[in-house]
Design a protein around this ligand. Structure first.
Ligand code: NAD
Ligand code: LMR
Length: 346
């Protein structure tokens, strides 16, 4: 069975690889030689509907992208894997034509991770510049591709990049912030508390991807809804602080990489499933009219063109209504930072 395409399961691969003929999608991973990039590239190379994976990173990456590609090219899956090393002192747009042309999905974990004591917002200046190079090249070579931005701070970088797409007359909904790791964490923590299988739990996480903007809606998952209300604030806080928990445990050597690669593949596989004709849902951070904020994460249906429908936030209990206000207050500031960045560079 190929359950990993439907649910976040990877161990179900007992069947031989699918035929080369059924593989149809080209996927690029920018920052593909990094901590997230390598395992994410591996998981995307293992999707039977993927015919080609571009692994792009800079010339001074810890491992040459061509090496990561040669390694993954031996997996018994249909995907052909090609590495691309670029010079960061030269415009990305001049170097990425072959890497991006024909791509259906671009996943972007290129960027600097946090160290203990830093906020995601502290990464904005350097990471927005990296994202801009990649996104401008996507606008030129694969304007119809879905661009999944993993690079932090997602809350500000997604608005900045979506505004660039708007200015170029492209669809800003091609720019999608990947917030799946928050869902994965919420599901796992609820499973641990309730004893239910993590695979049966699906907690919507709305808002954004930093601190109080990460808003798990426990009342909307049947298992999570059985948890007594006095335990919810701590569960909520643990989900919000999941990233910091990993940053501190890694003690200066990076942030979540393996759980992010898993979550990025969960997101990427859902997008590809939608592109292949089976509409599939995942909460994601996109240009939105669901609240009065112009960007917001809520359930999105991915279809044959990418984002097909953005769903409302549904019914919230009184605790969640209070949290929504708190989340929106912080998110507004972070969105404005991204919009200002885009405005200053138009
Ligand atoms: P890392 O340092 O291990 O890897 C980043 C890679 O990006 C490196 O290989 C680096 O060479 C590459 N890179 C730098 N500039 C580049 C450019 N111009 N073009 C292409 N590649 C470039 O970091 P990581 O742990 O993989 O984290 C990457 C980013 O993902 C960070 O910003 C981190 O905060 C973010 N992140 C987001 C989430 C989320 O939930 N959205 C989760 C975890 C990490
Ligand atoms: C996470 O949630 O793990 C990422 O956003 C990385 C971080 O800096 O916490």
């Amino acid at each position: 069975s190929r359950q990993f395409l439907q649910t976040p399961r990877i161990l179900a691969r007992h069947a031989p690889a699918a035929s080369f003929a059924s593989a149809q999608f080209k996927v690029c991973i920018n920052g593909g030689a990094g901590g997230i990039g390598q395992p994410l590239s591996m998981l995307m190379s293992m999707n039977d509907s993927v015919k080609e994976v571009s692994i792009q990173d800079v010339t001074m990456a810890a491992v040459p992208p061509a090496g990561v590609a040669a390694d993954l090219g031996h997996l018994e899956y249909p995907s052909k894997v090609v590495g691309y090393a670029t010079d960061p002192s030269k415009p990305a747009v001049d170097q990425l034509e072959e890497c991006l042309t024909g791509c259906h999905l671009v996943l972007v974990p290129a960027g600097v991770p946090r160290k203990p004591g830093m906020t995601r917002d502290d990464l904005f200046n350097v990471n927005a510049g990296i994202a801009k190079g990649v996104v401008e090249a996507c606008a030129k070579y694969c304007p119809d591709a879905v661009i999944g931005l993993i690079v932090n701070p997602v809350n500000s970088i997604v608005p900045a990049m979506a505004e660039f797409y708007k200015k170029k007359g492209l669809d800003p909904l091609k720019i999608v912030g990947v917030t799946s790791l928050d869902i994965v964490r919420a599901n796992k923590f609820v499973a641990e508390l309730t004893g239910k299988s993590p695979g049966e739990i699906e907690v919507p996480v709305i808002g954004g991807h930093a601190g109080v903007t990460i808003m798990p809606v426990f009342s909307q998952d049947p298992a999570a809804a059985t948890i007594s209300t006095d335990k919810i604030p701590a569960l909520d806080k643990r989900t919000q602080d999941g990233g910091t928990e990993v940053v501190e445990a890694k003690a200066g050597k990076g942030s979540a990489t393996l759980s992010m690669a898993y979550s990025g593949a969960r997101f990427g596989n859902k997008v590809l499933k939608g592109l292949a004709g089976t509409p599939t849902d995942e909460c994601a951070y996109v240009a939105s009219t669901v609240t009065e904020l112009p960007y917001f994460s809520s359930k999105v249906t991915f279809g044959t063109k990418g984002v097909e429908k953005i769903h409302g936030i549904g019914t919230l209990n009184s605790y969640e209504q209070g949290r929504l206000k708190e989340a929106m207050d912080q998110l507004k500031t972070e969105i404005d930072k991204g919009l200002e960045y885009a405005k200053a560079r138009s």
